[in-house]
Design a binder for this molecule. Structure first.
Ligand code: AKB
Length: 318
């Protein structure tokens, strides 16, 4: 990876990925792109920033040629809950955006990283310690786009030799940028509300288990999979990865260790609950560990300590 173009650079992952890649690979070697301007001004102001709608292949090609891009990190996507409200838009952005990345890569020789998700699994998938290779019959449009994306990336690798790599992200928790319309978002908002109001109304049931990960581990996973020796990769699109599996009662208990007066009640969102129920409780990520050394650093309590510390500073709360 010498010259990297990031799509969706203003999103939850893109904001932190852009800043980390600029530190590691040099400001002049990272091109952050987004369809609109960022709420986090650092992404736009501290390096190269270009406007790009991923459905515009000509513009993507122009930027890749202009900056001699050898790695495309495709983070522009609609998430699960917002996708159920507008399946047609999700398909356009998630699938045509990925198709354009792959077509540009086919012509320019660039590598493509695109994230899949736990959403690539469905109700007929084994829910506990979900294997790397298993049944994938998701019931959301987001999940359908993720399975199609995994297959399309494998196809471009096998047919054209495009170096495609991916991970199946669980719910991601971070303090820099908010997630936009996912099912796992409660696990971010709970920290903001715990600090601001000492109480939170959770939109998923108390015992809803899903895999989760703190953003520093997610960023490390992207860099590690992209830097991995290709001769060690048996799988490519996409690897199960996880750092922890918890339910709302577990994260509440973790926060209460540091904010004892924190309280939580429930108002279930039926659409999000149905989505969450269709996803695994916990993933088996042994293939990622074996093939490229995946090894997350944060468990639930370690993440809670860091989130509360960073958010206290961000929100100006003593
Ligand atoms: C979502 O909830 O839609 C995402 C995901 C698990 O891919 N966070």
């Amino acid at each position: 990876m010498k010259k990297i173009l990031i799509t969706g650079a203003c999103g939850q992952i893109g904001t932190e990925l852009t800043q980390t890649l600029r530190r590691i690979y040099g400001v002049e070697n990272v091109v952050a792109t987004s369809v609109r301007s960022c709420s986090n001004h650092a992404v736009e102001e501290e390096g190269i920033f270009e406007q790009l709608n991923v459905t515009d292949k000509e513009r993507m090609m122009e930027l890749c040629k202009k900056y001699e891009i050898d790695t495309i990190m495709n983070l522009a996507a609609l998430l699960s809950a917002v996708g159920e409200a507008n399946p047609q838009l999700l398909w356009d952005v998630n699938m045509n955006g990925l198709y354009n990345c792959l077509e540009v890569a086919r012509e320019t020789g660039a590598m493509v990283f695109t994230p899949s998700s736990i959403a690539a699994f469905g109700p007929s998938t084994p829910a506990d310690m979900t294997p790397q290779d298993t049944i994938q019959r998701p019931t959301t449009i987001y999940g359908v786009s993720k399975v199609a994306g995994e297959l399309l990336c494998d196809y471009y690798f096998n047919k054209y030799g495009v170096d495609t790599r991916g991970v199946r992200f669980p719910g991601l928790i971070s303090y820099s940028a908010l997630p936009g319309g996912g099912t796992t978002d409660y696990a971010v908002h709970i920290y903001y509300e715990a600090l601001k109001n000492k109480k939170f109304t959770c939109n998923l049931a108390a015992d809803t288990y899903m895999d989760m990960m703190y953003m520093p581990d997610a960023i490390d996973s992207i860099i590690q999979i992209c830097e991995a020796d290709p001769s060690n990769l048996i799988h490519r699109n996409a690897f199960n990865i996880t750092a922890m599996s918890f339910c709302p009662e577990d994260i509440k208990a973790s926060i209460k260790k540091y904010i004892p007066e924190f309280e939580m009640d429930y108002a279930i969102d039926p659409i999000k609950q149905k989505i969450a129920n269709s996803w695994p409780n916990s993933l088996d990520d042994s293939c990622a560990r074996a093939e490229w050394g995946w090894n997350p650093k944060y468990d639930l309590d370690k993440m809670t300590v860091d989130m509360l510390e960073k958010l206290r500073i961000k929100l100006g709360i003593e």
